[in-house]
Design a binder for this molecule. Structure first.
Ligand SMILES: Cc1ncc(COP(=O)(O)O)c(C=O)c1O
Length: 382
């Protein structure tokens, strides 16, 4: 039995991940506008929609022109289907227990399932028999990521095994790029070459491959030649571009809290565990009741800023000292008008971005967004 963590009543915790679905819709629309007519957009809404809420993200992306949804876990695919999202859904990550428990129902719901190994072919075949449905599978080819997917030299053999099984049919070939966020990296073209050769092998075994897809956000934004039949952007839908782009993308999530107290301290006041910071002048410190248990990265300690909405206007304040589990301290400056209760924006529109926090923590915005923990209530704007 799995037991959920008891939730705190969000009405009595000031921290919010405020999600603006219209930003996801507009970002999707902007990206869809760069695609050729025959290329579909698969919105990647795994990891609870990159922390934004999977259903919120999915509905918003579909409104913006997505016609596919992509998730890692079959259980997520089922949740999308059960929510009535009657679109193409692809799921790609499962092990034998999960396959036995979830794939038959997923197939009955019409979900497209990826296979990336001979064992996955057997698991899907078994599930298809149980569901009494012919599974439309996407064959994942490992062109260099070294994770999920069949090696190119095994493509013919796996295709032959699939062809022999009346319950299976190949609907697509796909792969995932390791380095598209660095457009100068020749690894992308090397992967494409391997993918194309594998697709040619496949075509000899089974005739033309109905669909091909390989472009994540970075490749979608920089490599129109790789759009093929479907693109699979994730991060860009949520408003962050992993590569420079002219598209105007708007971050869809703001992380907010409120000041718990403001206090005047003298020069030399130490702050936080390990006393890594001491004030260089008399100043006002603000205490914010949000910490690493809420998803702030402790590695960003002393390197990030927040926005404080005071009665005299919005001001940026540096976060000082170590980030604690439930709280951080910001240096408001000696003349600050900030008071307990004032809103604090950790990241979001007009404030530092998730990208700024990622830089401060030595990580990527993907991790900042998906780290916002379950104890932070999601507030979805109308
Ligand atoms: C298989 C697959 N496709 C597409 C994506 C979307 O990538 P990005 O968020 O960089 O657009 C991901 C996310 O990592 C993925 O795992």
């Amino acid at each position: 039995m799995t037991i959920p963590i008891p939730a705190e009543d969000p009405r009595h915790v000031p921290n919010r991940a405020v999600v603006d679905p219209s930003a996801i819709t507009e970002n999707t629309r902007a990206i869809a506008g760069t695609l050729a007519g025959h290329t579909a957009l698969m919105a990647v809404v795994k990891a609870d929609g990159y922390g934004h809420g999977m259903l919120t993200a999915a509905r918003a992306a579909l409104e913006g022109g997505a016609t596919w949804l992509g998730v890692a876990h079959p259980a997520s695919a089922l949740a999308l289907s059960r929510a009535g999202l009657d679109v193409n859904i692809l799921t790609w990550l499962y092990e034998p227990e999960t396959a036995k428990a979830v794939l038959p129902e997923a197939l009955r719901a019409g979900v497209n399932v990826s296979v990336g190994s001979f064992e996955m072919v057997s698991l899907l075949s078994e599930a298809a028999r149980q569901a009494d449905r012919r599974a439309r599978l996407h064959l994942k080819i490992d062109t260099g990521m070294g994770r999920n997917g069949v090696l190119p030299q095994d493509v013919r053999r796996i295709a032959a095994a699939i062809q022999e099984d009346d319950y299976l049919r190949i609907g697509a070939a796909w792969t995932h790029l390791t380095s598209a966020d660095d457009p100068a990296d020749p690894a992308t073209d090397a992967q494409v070459e391997i993918f194309d050769a594998a697709c040619a092998d496949l075509a000899e075994e089974m005739g033309p491959v109905p669909l091909q897809h390989l472009a994540n956000s970075a490749a979608t934004l920089t490599r129109p030649d790789l759009h093929r039949d479907i693109v699979r952007p994730g991060l860009a839908l949520y408003g962050y571009a992993p590569v420079p782009t002219d598209l105007e993308l708007r971050p869809a999530m703001s992380l907010t809290s409120r000041l718990a107290l403001v206090k005047e301290v003298p020069e030399g006041q130490s702050v936080g565990y390990g006393r890594t910071y001491a004030t260089s002048r008399a100043t006002r410190l603000g205490l914010v009741p949000i910490g690493y248990a809420d998803g702030l990265h402790r590695a960003a300690s002393g390197r990030a800023e927040v926005l404080v909405r005071t009665a005299e206007g919005d001001v940026r304040a540096p976060q000082v000292g170590r980030i604690s589990m439930d709280q951080i301290v910001v240096d408001l400056g000696p003349d600050s008008a900030a008071r307990a209760g004032d809103e604090v924006v950790l990241f979001g529109a007009g404030a530092p971005s998730a990208e700024d926090w990622a830089r401060a923590a030595g990580t990527i915005p993907y991790e900042v967004l998906t780290s916002v923990s379950g104890r932070v209530a999601r507030e979805v704007l109308p």
